[in-house]
Design a binder for this molecule. Structure first.
Ligand SMILES: Cc1cc2nc3c(=O)[nH]c(=O)nc-3n(C[C@H](O)[C@H](O)[C@H](O)COP(=O)(O)OP(=O)(O)OC[C@H]3O[C@@H](n4cnc5c(N)ncnc54)[C@H](O)[C@@H]3O)c2cc1C
Length: 327
């Protein structure tokens, strides 16, 4: 592996590989470092990705890797464990270096952070084991698969009523479980009742499974309610612990007044608070689906190329004024 690139892309999911694709096709030297843990890995298929509807998440990564390799992009399995930026006097203004978990040190003119996000799950025993299978969060990602089934909805925020109504559009057998009654006000309760949703003011103590399949929930009272699926919201935190050395600004991910996690602050094309560090996908937009993350990666990759074109131009003009030969 060479150790200097125009761009190092951190994360080879839909966002990172899409950025790499546009950069590779623009004849940039690109390294993608990917630790191979996409956010949707527990799910059998990625839905709403036109042209590849229902593709297995890791299969999409495999196809993406093959496609970027055709344009000379280097993809390596590994994890970035540290990154730093050094200001320079040259047209690039800054030089980056990243360290891989192998110990390898790589330098780059620009970074694209596409390391995704991590779901922080409600603390209910048995829930994590079913995440992405019997426990679902997104009606668009998994709703069709649980249509007409017995769906429970775990209410952990005031947005729980809306979440339940989204699933009510898919099944007329929806039961809401509210451990903290104040999370649903009278209006929310009236709306759920009007739509035929059963509201149980009871704490879910355990998610029940049998041979890997979710079978229901056990309540604090000990009663077991049989279900085919449980909908639960997660908090979503950006995977940026490896980037502490860059001092990137992280902002709150708010839904109404409720904090649902964090995200890297970026402008319209993915430029972060640190010049030359770009970001795309779930690390900046926790609600972005696979296709939206891929689209953001494409846009950000194009912006990075445009930025480098300007730096190359500045370097050429400086060489001309210094009477040096240009390329
Ligand atoms: C259970 C579940 C099911 C979902 N189902 C769907 C669905 O059906 N349809 C849909 O459109 N969306 C779905 N989503 C959302 C989907 O997961 C995201 O839209 C998508 O993964 C975002 O792409 P990304 O490239 O930003 O991040 P990711 O796909 O998470 O990719 C990030 C990559 O970066 C790597 N990485 C992280 N840190 C580092 C590091 N330090 N160094 C190197 N590599 C690193 C990770 O290993 C990973 O491979 C689902 C989400 C969940 C939780």
């Amino acid at each position: 592996m060479q150790n200097h690139f125009d761009v190092v892309v951190i994360g080879g999911g839909p966002a990172g590989l899409s950025a790499a694709l546009v950069l590779g096709r623009s004849r940039r030297s690109v390294l993608v470092v990917d630790s191979g843990e996409p956010r949707n890995a527990p799910a059998a298929g990625a839905h709403n990705y036109l042209g590849r509807e229902g593709v297995a998440p890791r299969e999409l990564h495999r196809i993406g890797r093959q496609e970027v390799a055709a344009y000379g992009v280097e993809v390596t399995d590994g994890r970035i464990v540290a990154a730093s930026a050094t200001p320079t006097d040259g047209p690039d203004a800054v030089a980056f270096s990243v360290t891989l978990d192998s110990g390898a040190l790589v330098t780059a003119r620009r970074l694209v952070v596409a390391s995704g996000a991590v779901d922080v799950l409600p603390d209910v025993p048995g829930l994590a084991e079913q995440w992405g299978r019997g426990v679902v969060h997104c009606p668009f990602c998994h709703g069709w698969e649980v249509r007409d089934q017995r769906i429970g909805v775990l209410v952990t925020t005031p947005n729980g009523a809306h979440h339940a109504l989204m699933f009510r559009a898919l099944s007329d057998r929806v039961t809401v479980f509210v451990g903290e009654p104040e999370l649903l006000d009278a209006t929310a309760r009236a709306g759920l009742t009007a739509r035929g949703v059963t509201v149980r003011d009871e704490r879910v103590a355990h998610v029940e499974s049998d041979e890997g399949r979710l079978t229901g929930v056990r309540l604090g009272s000990g009663e077991v309610v049989a279900l085919d699926a449980l909908a639960a919201a997660s908090a979503v935190e950006p995977r940026v612990e490896h980037l502490d050395g860059l001092g990137l600004e992280v902002s709150d991910f708010l839904v109404g007044d409720v904090r649902f996690g964090g995200m890297l602050a970026v402008d319209g094309v993915g430029q972060t608070s640190v010049r030359g560090v770009y970001a795309a996908g779930n690390v900046t937009t926790p609600t972005a689906t696979v296709i939206a993350s891929a689209a953001a990666g494409t846009q950000t990759g194009a912006a990075v190329h445009g930025d480098l074109v300007q730096a190359d131009l500045a370097a050429a003009l400086a060489a001309v004024s210094a009477g040096q030969p240009t390329r």
